[in-house]
Design a protein around this ligand. Structure first.
Ligand code: TYM
Length: 328
């Protein structure tokens, strides 16, 4: 059976980009594959400086993951810091990736530039090594992610190939899987930048648990262009094409065929807002129900951590043996 692994950070609230680019595929994947999904709190630590926030965000994110449809009987949903093998293999990965390779990571360049006046942790730089450990610990064949994570999956492949050739066949070589539409949802106010938890302001971001009237307002104010033609052309008409992509992801129709149905931006904006509200309403309702019982969420995460550890321990042991570390 195909093994799938993908993770999300508990930083900021989950947005439409996370959902269309990744979470939706996680849910459909659980019916065909053996799937592992982590809430990567240790990754979030790379940019966290306040005490006592990550735990609550982690629980909140767990509610969202179950609310979008991950079934705890099918999917293993766990918290990264509950599975110490991530840190242990993470160090091994750091020793198998070069300074030069890490320096080329777009996410590091973007995030460190945005934090220019703030503390840039070494963890932010070595982040892809921990991500490689997340993936390789589970012998994942597939990693369902949005477009922005492709580079991190590529470097994971490079590390795995390097390990296997130095120390012998140990790791499965994973591949990134991105959806046909929704792999790169753009900010509604700045349609040339991806929708991101770390954007300035939130007028261009649609949150998964956002109130329907606020969602509708944000779509009405979405930036388009000064022409008046509805055409799917991501390079020259990024705002309109982003709306068409989002509408396509919600309805299943192709962006090109949707474009042919509209002559005005106004109705495209309204319909896209309505389609997003219809998609998100059941998720919002389910999440608020789940959040009423935090003890149950914590129990589900404990079950997930046990299942995750039983796999991760074996892989870590295999890696240590391949290297030839003296075992206790
Ligand atoms: P994170 O937490 O930023 O995002 C979670 C998932 O959402 C996708 N995504 C998007 N997809 C489409 N359009 C967007 N605007 C958009 N923004 C985010 C991301 O591609 C991702 O799939 N480094 C990862 C977390 C991670 C991970 C892993 C992922 C840690 N270890 C192992 C896969 C496997 C991250 O920061 O994702």
């Amino acid at each position: 059976m195909t093994r799938v692994l993908s993770c999300i950070q508990p930083t900021g609230d989950v947005h439409l980009g996370n959902y269309l680019g990744a979470l939706r595929n996680w849910v459909s994947g659980q019916h065909q594959a053996d799937v592992f999904h982590g809430i990567v709190d240790l990754h979030a630590l790379t940019i966290t400086d306040q005490p006592h926030v990550l735990g609550e965000r982690t629980l909140h994110l767990a509610a969202v993951l179950f609310a979008v449809g991950l079934d705890p009987n099918k999917a293993t949903v766990f918290v990264q810091s509950h599975v110490p093998e991530h840190n242990q293999l993470g160090w091994v990965m750091e020793c198998l990736v070069s300074y030069g390779e890490l320096s080329r990571m777009t996410q590091f360049k973007d995030k460190s530039a945005k934090r220019e006046a703030e503390f840039v942790s070494a963890g932010l730089f070595t982040y892809p090594a921990l991500q490689a450990a997340d993936i390789l610990l589970y012998d994942a064949d597939e990693v369902p992610v949005g477009d922005d994570q492709r580079q991190h999956v590529e470097i994971t492949r490079d590390i795995a190939v390097r390990f296997n050739s130095r120390f012998g066949e140990t790791f499965v070589i994973p591949r990134a899987v991105t959806p046909k539409v929704g792999a790169r949802v753009m900010d509604l106010q700045q349609p040339t930048s991806k929708m991101s938890k770390s954007s300035d302001g939130d007028a261009g971001i649609i949150y998964l648990l956002e109130d329907p009237s606020s969602i509708a307002k944000k779509f009405k104010r979405a930036v388009t262009d000064s022409e008046n033609e509805v055409r799917y052309d991501r390079n020259n008409k990024p705002g309109v094409s982003n709306l068409l992509d989002i509408l396509s992801a919600c309805t299943g129709e192709t962006p090109e065929s949707l474009a042919s149905k509209y002559t005005q931006y106004g109705s495209l904006k309204t319909d896209t807002g309505d389609a997003v509200v219809a998609t998100l309403t059941p998720i919002r309702e389910r999440a608020s129900e789940l959040l009423q019982d935090k003890a149950e969420l914590a129990r589900l995460l404990a079950v997930g951590a046990d299942r995750a550890r039983s796999v991760a321990m074996k892989t870590l042991s295999r890696a240590y043996d391949a290297i030839g570390l003296l075992r206790p």
